[in-house]
Design a protein around this ligand. Structure first.
Ligand code: ADE
Ligand code: ZN
Length: 340
């Protein structure tokens, strides 16, 4: 059971998030508001009806919902509002640092300019830093079910904004779209100075092989999800030695059963892997943000305070920030644990 003490401990702890899709934070209320502002008709009248329609069975059916939700994002102001609302919520949860994926191709393919998207997001990041002291960085998400040529074009579009982007990720439907399909674009991304991460989602074909490609062919700095590391003893050993961060997402949903994910998280921690807890697409996952996900995960498998603190330290240790800032963040966790 989560005790009130443990809930408060999680709530008060300084935290970081390394795997969230900013478009996946589009709450039903905001989706309705933006639809109205942009003259778009949605077949749902209330936020409750909209939330009730968020049913999916697997990654493909989830992605269909996720992409159709984005239709209401049209103007720079829309991207500003979306991003600021997420960062404001993080402020309320003591998440002091976050790295957010955004999916430019999902917008440019609808006729929304790359510049419109990134300028809206960036202005919100600057405002959240100035007003709330929430620090954030952006990860350019490449849609793996689109072509390698489209990925390269997107990388080109990002270059004038290089100072606003810390890394490149690979997301969307993994089936038939292995990491090696994007070798060239990730080689170029690294040469441009970007950090690299890729989704290796759950219950996908050839998961262990895909994780191997990430590590040995692409040379990623991080793996998003990556639960199937636990299926292979050699991978476990390799990941323990290399300490490549795994960004587990342990919210309960039909394609991601929570007790199983929480048990895998505990096992990964006990094996000495560099694992973190993240929210992925919280607006589509019962609006569970960092505190709810950490509290539920702690409760599901009885994580100790020290394990919960280790998850927070892992996230700050694996964040794409400078050493001074990292030390300050990890020190804040240590100070919090020592004083509570
Ligand atoms: N895009 C948004 N969320 C995703 C996820 N969990 N897996 C793959 N692509 C995504
Ligand atoms: Zn994700």
């Amino acid at each position: 059971m989560t005790t009130p003490d443990m809930e408060a401990f999680v709530r008060g702890m300084p935290k970081a998030e390394l795997h969230v899709h900013v478009e996946g934070t589009l709450e039903p209320e905001m989706r309705l508001r933006l639809a109205e502002r942009n003259g778009i008709e949605l077949p749902y009248a209330t936020a409750g009806e909209l939330a009730a329609s968020y049913e999916y069975q697997d990654l493909a059916s989830f992605l269909a919902l996720y992409f159709s939700g984005m239709d209401v994002l049209q103007t720079e102001r829309d991207f500003y509002d979306l991003t600021y609302a997420y960062l404001q919520r993080m402020h309320g949860q003591n998440v002091v640092y976050t790295e957010m994926h955004f999916d430019p191709q999902a917008h440019t393919s609808r006729g929304i300019a790359f510049d419109t998207v990134i300028k809206g997001i960036r202005r919100a990041q600057e405002a959240a830093w100035a007003e709330l002291e929430v620090r954030s960085q952006l990860i350019l998400g490449i849609l793996r079910d689109m072509s390698a040529e489209s990925a390269l074009e997107t990388l080109e579009q990002s270059l004038p904004h290089k100072d606003w982007i810390v890394g490149v990720g690979l997301d969307s439907d993994e089936k038939g779209n292995p990491p090696v399909k994007f070798r060239e674009v990730f080689d170029r991304s690294r040469a441009e100075g970007y950090r690299l991460t890729m989704h290796c989602d759950h219950l996908q074909e050839n998961s262990v092989q895909h994780i191997r490609q990430c590590l040995d062919v692409i040379g990623v700095d991080r793996i998003d999800h990556g639960y199937h590391v636990l299926d292979d003893d050699d991978l476990i050993e390799d990941m323990r030695c290399r300490q490549v961060c795994l960004t587990f997402c342990t919210t309960s949903n039909p394609s991601n059963p929570a007790p199983r994910r929480a048990a895998e998280l505990k096992r990964a921690l006990e094996l000495g892997l560099n694992v973190t807890v993240n929210t992925d697409d919280p607006a589509y996952m019962r609006s569970y943000y960092m505190n709810e996900v950490l509290q539920n995960t702690q409760q599901a498998v009885g994580l100790t305070r020290e394990q919960v603190a280790e998850l927070a330290r892992n996230a700050f240790r694996s964040a794409w920030i400078g050493e001074e800032e990292r030390e300050a963040f990890v020190g804040a966790v240590d100070g919090y644990v020592g004083g509570s």
